[in-house]
Design a protein around this ligand. Structure first.
Ligand code: DUC
Ligand code: ZN
Ligand code: ZN
Length: 487
């Protein structure tokens, strides 16, 4: 008897990619997509996808997992709980932060962080190298070596006392990353402005969670984007601007991209689907929704959707940053802390894909192919995640069978360790039913079927997004500067 042509055939479903939606079967062999077509021969395992969408697994390129915050607080998730939650939400690859702290070695930080991921991760993962101690060892030695070893993205904060880098250090990081071949990702808000506003509010007794939104003026985002883009242009360093929250911020990016500056940018479900009104709840409850930058206004949501449609923003990430609503997390500074002492962030890994499917497909914004592009294909391509983010021959069989009809009213129950769901109470249509990672079923019938530690580290080659444009700023052109070689 001959052995089956495939290990698994997903039969009778509707496949959706970033460019088309087609009825076809999909054959998997050795963890990879081996065939797409009608009437494929039988597989050792047959999955009936009648009435289901067959989508590439989600790729979430901005998640804080098992990470110590700037304020010294460990977030609520381990690799195991975070990636379990991701899997239940239809996400099969993540990029989280190997987060250096002041005084720490970047090389050691990555080693320690990789050990945590090896132990716990259930889905595949890569790291952003987060630089907060930009000393000579970090900039000249560790950063280039780690980038060349396959960690092809770097993260810096322009704000937060404990992790912020100043302009000179930012330039050092950007130049080092450019030379070694990495994309520089930035949390861009004007630090002085945030501190100044925060202090004025506190002095006047405006300490409730709703004032968190007031303490992050829109101008802080706009100013930092302009400064960062100026640096990017000067050094010809490609950048990715994280969590764009305002209409003006999106406009700044559009204008710079139009001039040929190499900028990628993301936004998150909470900027598209929430406003600052979430923070205005009785007592301290609004603390659950505190994140930075804060949620904005309805007009910003519209502008961000438009920016996604136009391609000004290319990625939808979660910015998963989970803290429990108790003394271990949001309330670590007491039962009724001023907003300044409340950890920033919300859980997002599990709800990113379902919330966006509901908005984009069930409610009709931008449609199914754009959903696939923004949540899987483009993030995998921009960050050079090998074999991820698409339904294509030879790619990893990271696949979600999605029930487009199922309506769910969300509760606080998630599979992470946060203990609440910022979208609880909403009803959404469309749900990830069965999830495959490299051809193995890891979620089915509401149960997890994968072991902690079965996720793999994804090392990356330098791809298109990391390549400078080749446009030399006049200040770096030796011919125009008395022969000075400044690169
Ligand atoms: N914003 C958050 O809300 N949490 C983590 C870090 C960040 O920038
Ligand atoms: Zn951030
Ligand atoms: Zn973040």
């Amino acid at each position: 008897m001959t052995s089956p042509a495939f290990d698994t055939v997903i039969r009778g479903g509707t496949l959706a990619t970033a460019s088309e939606v087609v009825r076809a079967d999909l054959g998997i062999r050795d963890g990879r997509i081996a065939a797409i077509g009608i009437g494929l021969p039988e597989g050792a395992q047959e999955l009936d996808a009648t009435g289901r969408l067959v989508l590439p697994g989600g790729v979430d390129t901005h998640c804080h997992i098992e990470q110590l915050s700037g304020g010294g607080l460990m977030n609520a998730d381990t690799f195991e709980t975070a990636t379990r939650s991701a899997a239940f939400g239809g996400t099969t690859s993540v990029i989280s932060f190997a987060a250096q702290h002041r005084g720490a070695s970047l090389a050691r930080t990555v080693e320690d962080y990789a050990a945590l991921a090896r132990k716990g991760a259930i889905i595949d993962y890569a790291f952003h190298l987060m630089v907060a101690n930009p000393d000579a060892q970090t900039i000249a030695t560790d950063l280039p070596a780690l980038i060349q070893a396959g960690h092809r993205s770097v993260k810096v904060f322009m704000t937060y006392d404990a992790v912020q880098v100043d302009d000179q250090a930012l330039l050092d990081v950007m130049l080092s990353a450019r030379e070694a071949g990495a994309l520089v990702c930035v949390h861009a808000e004007n630090h002085g402005l945030l501190k100044w506003m925060g202090e004025r509010l506190a002095k006047r007794g405006y300490t409730a969670p709703k004032y968190h939104a007031v303490s992050h003026p829109r101008a802080a985002e706009v100013e930092a984007f302009h400064r960062l883009i100026a640096f990017s242009e000067l050094l010809d360093t490609p950048i990715c601007i994280f969590h764009v929250s305002t209409a003006e911020g999106a406009a700044v990016i559009r204008e710079a991209r139009g001039r040929g500056v190499k900028i990628y940018a993301e936004t998150c479900p909470h900027y598209l689907l929430m406003t600052a009104a979430e923070l205005d709840r009785p007592g301290i409850e609004g603390a659950k929704w505190i994140c930075s930058p804060p949620q904005r206004e309805t007009a910003d949501q519209e502008a961000l959707w438009r920016a996604l449609a136009l391609g000004d923003l290319q990625i939808l990430s979660s910015d998963h940053a989970p803290y429990r609503f108790d003394a271990s997390g949001k309330l670590s500074a007491g039962a009724n802390p001023p907003f300044k002492q409340i950890a920033n962030g919300m859980p997002g890994l599990e709800m990113r894909m379902p919330m966006l499917f509901d908005a984009m497909v069930s409610r009709g914004r931008l449609g199914l192919s754009k959903f696939v592009e923004l949540t899987a294909t483009a993030p995998a391509r921009i960050y050079d995640l090998p074999g991820k983010g698409a339904l294509a021959i030879g790619f990893d069989a990271d696949i979600v069978l999605w029930d487009p009809q199922k309506t769910v009213t969300l509760t606080d129950a998630l599979h992470c360790n946060t203990g609440y769901n910022p979208f609880a109470g909403r009803s959404i249509t469309g749900w990830p039913e069965t999830v495959l990672r490299r051809g193995e079923i890891i979620v089915a019938d509401g149960a997890l079927r994968a072991e902690a530690g079965s996720g793999r580290l994804l090392l990356r080659e330098a791809g298109e997004a990391t390549r400078p444009t080749g446009r030399l700023a006049p200040e770096f052109d030796p011919a125009r500067n008395f022969g000075a070689e400044l690169y």
